[in-house]
Design a protein around this ligand. Structure first.
Ligand code: URP
Ligand code: ZN
Ligand code: ZN
Length: 457
C-alpha cells in the first residue's frame, strides 16, 4: 500500500514547512514539495497541520486498582487514543507484591494481545524489589524491550517500595541502560492526613485534595532526585502537578543534574476548585490531586523552560458506579480520570491557540520527547525518512465540544463536559494505514503492535 499526504503544513519538534509525505508500506519514504510519486491513495492536507502521531506514555488500561479495574480495556482505550491523535501509548504493568515480574508481564500480554488498535509498550512497575526481581529487571531490558521501571513512593501496602529498595533498583537499572520512573509523593505523610481527616468525619472528595498538599509531592520529588544523583541513574517523574515539585527538579539542575519530568493535561487546564462540588468532585479524584492556578502557570513555564519534557494523561477511567464506591469515604474513591482521547486537542486548544506554547513545543511534548526518553526515536515521534508513518492530519480551526455523548472512552461521564475546543484530529495514519477517518476507527482489534524499546547505553 502506498499513500501520499499532499500540501500539508508539516510540523515537527524542530521545524515546520509546507510539503508532501510519501509512504510505502509502514514507513515514510520521501518528504518534499510537489513530490512526483504516484500512490494508491492520496490525502489532500491543504489547510491542515500534519504532525507525528502522539505518544502518551502514561495510561492505565484494564488495571486492577483500589478494589476494581479501570474501565477502558486495551481495545476501547487505544481506540479512543487514536480518535484523539495518539498513535502509541505506554501502559503500566503492575507487579503483584510477592510475585514475579514475569508473571505480571504474562498477565498484561493477555490483556493487550489481539485487542490494541494503536501501538503500545509497557513500563514495568516494580512494587517489591529483591535479588530475584533484580535478575528479572535485566531480563526485561535485554529480552523483552521493556526499559522503564515504574516505582511508587505512595500507596503503601499495595504498590509502594521503600527508599532502600529504590536505590538498589536504580543501581541495577543504571547498569543496564534503563530508566526509573516514579509516582513521587510522600506516602506516609499522605496516609497520616487521610487517617486524620477520616477520624474527624471529613469524608468528601475535598479531603482527598486536602490529604495530599503540595509539600508531599515537593518532598518526594526532591528525595527521588537525590537518590538519582547518588546512584547516577536516569530518572523520570510522572504526573508532576505543582510548583514545589518543579522547584525540586530546578534545584537539581544547580548540580548539573537532569531529572526528566512529565505533567498531564489535567494539571495544566483544571484546578482544585472542582473539589468544592460535593460528591461530583469524585470525577477529578486522582493522585496527585488537581492544584492551584499558580501551579498551572508554573507548569506551562516549566514546559517552555525545558524542565518538563512530556505531557501525558495518566488516563485511568472509572465508571460513575465505581466512583460511588467512595460515596461515604473519599479514601475509597478509585483514583483516576478519563483523558486519553483529549490530550492532543486540549493541549493544542489551551496551549498553542492561547499562546502558551509554540507549535514545535506542542509536537515535542506530545510525541517527540517521549520517543527520545523511552528509546523509540527516530522510528517513532517524528516525521522523517525511514520513520514509522504515524501521522495526524489536524484541522486547526475546527471547533468542537467535548462530551460523554461523543467521546469514545468507556466511561459514562466526561471530566471536560461542555468544553469548547478549537482544533480537531481529522485523519490518523498509523504505520502507513489510515486508522481514523470520518470520525470512525477503521482497523480491527489487534492492529496495534507491541513496540520493543532499546536501552540507552
Ligand atoms: O489517580 C491516579 N493517578 N490513578 C492512577 C494511578 C497513578 O497513581 O498513576
Ligand atoms: Zn501515580
Ligand atoms: Zn498513573
Amino acid at each position: 500500500m502506498s499513500l501520499l499526504v499532499k500540501n500539508g503544513h508539516i510540523v515537527t519538534a524542530e521545524s515546520d514547512y509546507y510539503g508532501d509525505i510519501y509512504i510505502e508500506g509502514e514507513k515514510i519514504v520521501a518528504i518534499g514539495k510537489d513530490l512526483p510519486h504516484e500512490a494508491e491513495r492520496i490525502i489532500d492536507a491543504t489547510n491542515r497541520l500534519v504532525f507525528p502521531g502522539g505518544i502518551d506514555p502514561h495510561v492505565h488500561l484494564d488495571m486492577p486498582f483500589m478494589g476494581t479495574y479501570s474501565s477502558d480495556d486495551y481495545f476501547t482505550g487505544t481506540r479512543a487514543a487514536l480518535h484523539g491523535g495518539t498513535t502509541m501509548v505506554i501502559d503500566f504493568i503492575l507487579q503483584t507484591q510477592g510475585d514475579s515480574l514475569r508473571n505480571a508481564l504474562t498477565t498484561w500480554q493477555g490483556k493487550s494481545k489481539d485487542k490494541a488498535v494503536c501501538d503500545y509498550s509497557y513500563h514495568m512497575a516494580v512494587t517489591d524489589f529483591n535479588d530475584d526481581v533484580a535478575q528479572e529487571v535485566v531480563e526485561m531490558i535485554k529480552t523483552e524491550g521493556i526499559t522503564s521501571f515504574k516505582t511508587f513512593m505512595a500507596y503503601k501496602g499495595a504498590l509502594m517500595i521503600d527508599d532502600g529498595q529504590m536505590v538498589q533498583l536504580m543501581k541495577v537499572v543504571k547498569k543496564h541502560g534503563g530508566i526509573v520512573t516514579v509516582h513521587a509523593t510522600n506516602g506516609d505523610m499522605i496516609d497520616s492526613l487521610i487517617a486524620k481527616h477520616r477520624a474527624q468525619g471529613k469524608l468528601s472528595p475535598l479531603y482527598h485534595y486536602r490529604s495530599q498538599p503540595e509539600v508531599t509531592e515537593a518532598e518526594a520529588s526532591g528525595r527521588f532526585a537525590d537518590m538519582l544523583h547518588y546512584t547516577g541513574c536516569r530518572g523520570y517523574i510522572v504526573h508532576m502537578t505543582c510548583e514545589g515539585a518543579l522547584n525540586a527538579v530546578r534545584r537539581a539542575t544547580l548540580r548539573n543534574q537532569k531529572v526528566l519530568v512529565e505533567t498531564c493535561t489535567q494539571y495544566l487546564v483544571l484546578d482544585a476548585s472542582l473539589y468544592e462540588k460535593d460528591f461530583d468532585g469524585a470525577k477529578w479524584v486522582m493522585s496527585p490531586p488537581l492544584r492551584e492556578k499558580k501551579d498551572q502557570t508554573a507548569l506551562w513555564s516549566g514546559i517552555n523552560q525545558g524542565l518538563i519534557q512530556v505531557v501525558g494523561t495518566d488516563h485511568c477511567p472509572f465508571m460513575w458506579e465505581q466512583k460511588l464506591m467512595g460515596k461515604d469515604d473519599f479514601s475509597k474513591i478509585p483514583n483516576g480520570h478519563p483523558a486519553i482521547e483529549h490530550r492532543m486537542e486540549l493541549l493544542f486548544s489551551e496551549g498553542v491557540n492561547k499562546g502558551k506554547i509554540s507549535l514545535n513545543k506542542f509536537v515535542e511534548v506530545s510525541s517527540t520527547n517521549a520517543a527520545k526518553i523511552f528509546g523509540m526515536y527516530p522510528y517513532k515521534g517524528t516525521i522523517s525518512i525511514g520513520a514509522d508513518a504515524d501521522l495526524v492530519i489536524f484541522d486547526p480551526i475546527k471547533k468542537h465540544t467535548l462530551s460523554v455523548e461523543t467521546h469514545h472512552m468507556n466511561v459514562d461521564y466526561s471530566a471536560y463536559e461542555g468544553w469548547e475546543l478549537t482544533g480537531k484530529t481529522e485523519t490518523v495514519v498509523l504505520r502507513g494505514h489510515v486508522v481514523i477517518e470520518n470520525e470512525t476507527c477503521t482497523v480491527e482489534k489487534g492492529f496495534g503492535q507491541f513496540v520493543k524499546r532499546k536501552p540507552m547505553n
